[in-house]
Design a protein around this ligand. Structure first.
Ligand SMILES: NC(=O)c1ccc[n+]([C@@H]2O[C@H](COP(=O)([O-])OP(=O)(O)OC[C@H]3O[C@@H](n4cnc5c(N)ncnc54)[C@H](O)[C@@H]3O)[C@@H](O)[C@H]2O)c1
Length: 342
């Protein structure tokens, strides 16, 4: 018997990663492609061999066998679509960022908890081999007490990217460089450092202000456990489509990694044990062709497998909804510090 019957709601850029992730799992049927533009839903269903398509979310949610939905629409609608699905009794996997308003995310988490339904927010780079390895080295104390962390990300987007109905708009995207492209490296920073608080932030539309209402460049200073000092910087100006560097320094060792495709360990210093772990990791890193845009990576597969396992037997999901909530709470605090929130 098929234990998971799934629908993808929003058949745009990221939807192929969901079609791939659900499509490769046994005992999972990807049954519906839903997009408010019916021609998009129909074409997506045909391309990925999905048996049913619709422009009407209510028709999809009325399917009594449907267990779950992906919410991969624009940021501003994440909360409303997730809420409709949860109220229809469906488990929900929502794309990042969870929502544009923290209060909406809290309400959706509460609804899922009351309903006993699985809710997860995509953070595929938490599943990158280099990220999980560094997280375990930190847990084992191999880096000692963390003192410093830094992230630099460049993710150039051309003007055409901001010409659709939602990118670059205050309402539709809820911010730009940080909450959209920077979300990934920022969430990994949170994963590696633990609880962070915002000290200060600055942002501006330095090059793309003619096509966006939000920031194209942002930097923040944060504090973490034991006084750790973290700096975070993202820009969607420049010429580089995707480049990340995440550095973590502790009293006993330091690493520099990326979450590009594939994620790499660029630098490691510390004890003989840490260097041996680094060597093992480097020998194990493999290049798997990603199913969608290259820098989206392959992590959706692992998170989707965890999501389906959670539906079937309650296995915990590493990229939980509460983690997704904590990340947007901190992003909201950065925007407030930068003067981008009313
Ligand atoms: N995890 C990643 O690496 C990654 C990469 C890209 C995008 N994303 C995220 O995925 C989400 C979607 O982004 P995208 O770039 O795929 O967007 P997109 O604009 O390419 O696609 C969105 C689609 O949703 C449809 N839609 C809008 N409202 C709808 C509704 N109410 N019901 C049904 N369909 C609706 C639109 O017609 C469109 O086809 C965003 O949250 C984005 O941040 C994540």
């Amino acid at each position: 018997m098929t234990s998971v019957v799934h629908a993808i709601v929003g058949c745009g850029r990221i939807a192929p990663n969901h079609a791939d992730g659900f499509g490769i799992l046994p005992d999972v049927e990807l049954r519906w492609a839903c997009d408010r533009d019916e021609t998009v839903a129909k074409a997506f269903a045909a391309k990925y061999g999905i048996p049913r398509f619709s422009a009407d979310l209510d028709e999809v949610l009325a399917d009594p066998e449907l267990t779950s939905v992906t919410v991969s629409v624009d940021h501003a609608q994440h909360a409303a679509v997730a809420e409709r699905a949860l109220r229809a009794g469906k488990h929900v996997l929502v794309e990042k960022p969870f929502t544009t308003r923290v209060s909406d995310a809290r309400a959706v988490v509460a609804l899922a908890q009351q309903s006993g339904l699985v809710l997860s927010v995509i953070s595929q780079h938490r599943y990158d081999a280099v990220v999980t390895a560094v997280r375990s080295w930190i847990d084992e104390g191999l880096l000692g007490t963390l003192t410093q962390a830094s992230v630099v990300q460049e993710s150039y987007r051309d003007r055409a990217y901001y010409s659709d109905y939602w990118h670059g708009t205050r309402e539709g995207e809820g911010g730009s460089a940080l909450i959209n492209q920077g979300y990934h490296s920022f969430d990994v920073l949170r994963l590696l450092c633990g609880d962070l608080t915002v000290t200060s932030a600055a942002s501006g539309a330095l090059a793309l202000g003619d096509v966006m209402e939000n920031e194209d460049t942002l930097a923040a200073l944060l504090r973490g456990p034991n006084g750790l000092i973290a700096t975070y910087a993202i820009t969607v100006t420049g010429t580089v489509e995707w480049r990340t560097r995440i550095g973590i320094t502790g009293t006993d060792g330091s690493v520099v990694i990326d979450i590009d495709q594939p994620g790499l360990l660029h630098f490691c210093a510390g004890s003989a044990e840490l260097l041996a772990r680094a060597e093992t990791l480097r020998s194990q890193l493999t290049v798997e062709p990603p199913p969608g845009t290259s820098y989206y990576g392959i992590g959706h597969r692992k998170q989707i497998a965890e999501f389906c396992a959670a539906i079937v037997d309650g296995t915990p999901i590493r990229a939980s909804a509460t983690e997704g909530l904590a990340t947007i709470e901190l992003i909201d605090a950065i925007y407030t510090a930068a003067g981008q929130r009313p």
